[in-house]
Design a protein around this ligand. Structure first.
Ligand code: 5AD
Length: 359
């Protein structure tokens, strides 16, 4: 089918999405122009900043793709102090980021969940309740999620990684801690607790097909999420999946596929928040800007103290290891403008979809 008639459709099946994900040249240009148009006419061209704080790389999980997996003895483990986290939050507040994301390895112990609760209260206090807080701290039970919500977090990110259960099993250890259904259940818990709920997938995993990615898009639409962060899979030599590096798409192909995913998702879900992820930037220095040009609307500059940044390596060649938060903020605002968007400072930048969904 011609791209024109495809884009005019109001609903899309797996085959349609496969065509869109693989289109090239002029058809690709049309696809990208259309997703940008959808964003601009639905939610506008504002881009929201979230200051990303990587609070710790200590993790109980052992995901086969991740550089901070429990079994990687070479990862130097760290946990930011309360003071470091609160300083990062103050920085974000001072620089009018509007909100922050606290991301870290998964831990469920009481000392950890209580500490996060206290930190949330302190961050709210230091910002006179103005700073929005997103959490990205793995699978948690309902009680913990509710406590964190009551303490001031209002958005939560938990990627499904892939919506294909068989593929999920291939990239995770086969045990109860890494269970596809538990993860899915946890995403539903987030929705039940009233979080603006974000999920996402990795693109270009070994053994992943274009049909899988088309299904991922349909999955995201189906579970009706408010926010999505997805990016290319990037191999890490201290992980088991490194062995499969020879069967991957080239990084450039993964970047291109990532952009197609963002573009298609914007068309499927016009009013959600879509992040221009760091993994895109790892392949191309302007990868994030390219995503903003075609429909993403969120960017998450890293504001973790420089001394700890090198230890939070989910994948190799992670960008921004040497750039202080102050200098990178200014540069980023400038490059966002160049992608035809406007940085919206000092606002939470909530997902418009969330309010429509909960009304
Ligand atoms: N390549 C790309 N993304 C990765 N993540 C973890 N490891 C990798 C990797 N090797 C992503 C996962 C996780 C998020 C925090 O980082 O999707 O949910």
């Amino acid at each position: 089918m011609e791209i024109d008639s495809l884009l005019k459709q109001t609903s899309f099946c797996n085959n349609d999405l496969v065509s869109l994900l693989t289109c090239t040249n002029q058809a690709e240009e049309q696809l990208f122009a259309y997703s940008k148009y959808i964003r601009d006419t639905t939610i506008g061209n504002s881009v929201h900043m979230r200051g990303l704080v990587e609070i710790s790389n200590i993790c109980i999980k052992d995901c086969l793709y991740c550089g901070i997996r429990r079994s990687n003895n070479h990862a130097q483990r760290y946990s930011l102090t309360d003071e470091e986290i609160l300083n990062a939050a103050s920085f974000a507040h001072r620089y009018q980021y509007g909100s922050i994301v606290l991301q870290g390895g998964e831990r469920k112990d009481k000392a950890f969940t209580e500490r996060i609760e206290q930190l949330l209260l302190k961050i709210k206090k230091l910002s006179n309740n103005t700073l929005g807080i997103t959490l990205s701290l793995g699978e948690q039970n309902k009680e913990t999620l509710q406590r964190w919500k009551d303490a001031g977090a209002h958005r939560y990110l938990l990627r499904i990684e892939t919506s294909n259960e068989k593929l999920y099993q291939k990239i995770h250890p086969k045990d109860e801690l890494h269970n596809f259904h538990t993860r899915l259940e946890c995403i539903h818990l987030l929705q039940e607790c009233g979080y603006q709920t974000g999920t996402g997938v990795m693109i270009g995993l070994p053994d992943q097909t274009i049909e899988d990615l088309a299904n991922d898009l349909l999955f995201l639409k189906n579970i009706d999420v408010d926010m999505v962060g997805m990016g290319p899979y990037l191999e890490h030599h201290e992980t088991p999946l490194w062995e499969k590096r020879n069967q991957l798409l080239t990084p450039k192909q993964r970047l291109q596929l990532g952009l197609h995913m963002v573009s298609c998702l914007r068309i499927l879900m016009p009013d959600i928040n879509i992040a221009a992820t760091t993994a895109l930037q790892a392949i191309d220095p302007y990868g994030r800007e390219k995503a903003l040009e075609i429909g993403a609307n969120v960017i998450m500059p890293n504001i973790t103290p420089l001394t700890n940044r090198a230890n939070y390596q989910l994948y190799e060649n992670k960008p921004g290891m040497d750039e202080g938060a102050e200098e990178s903020t200014q540069r980023l605002i400038e490059s966002v403008r160049k992608s035809g968007c406007q940085v919206q400072l000092a606002s939470w930048g909530d997902s418009q979809h969330f309010f429509k969904r909960s009304n």
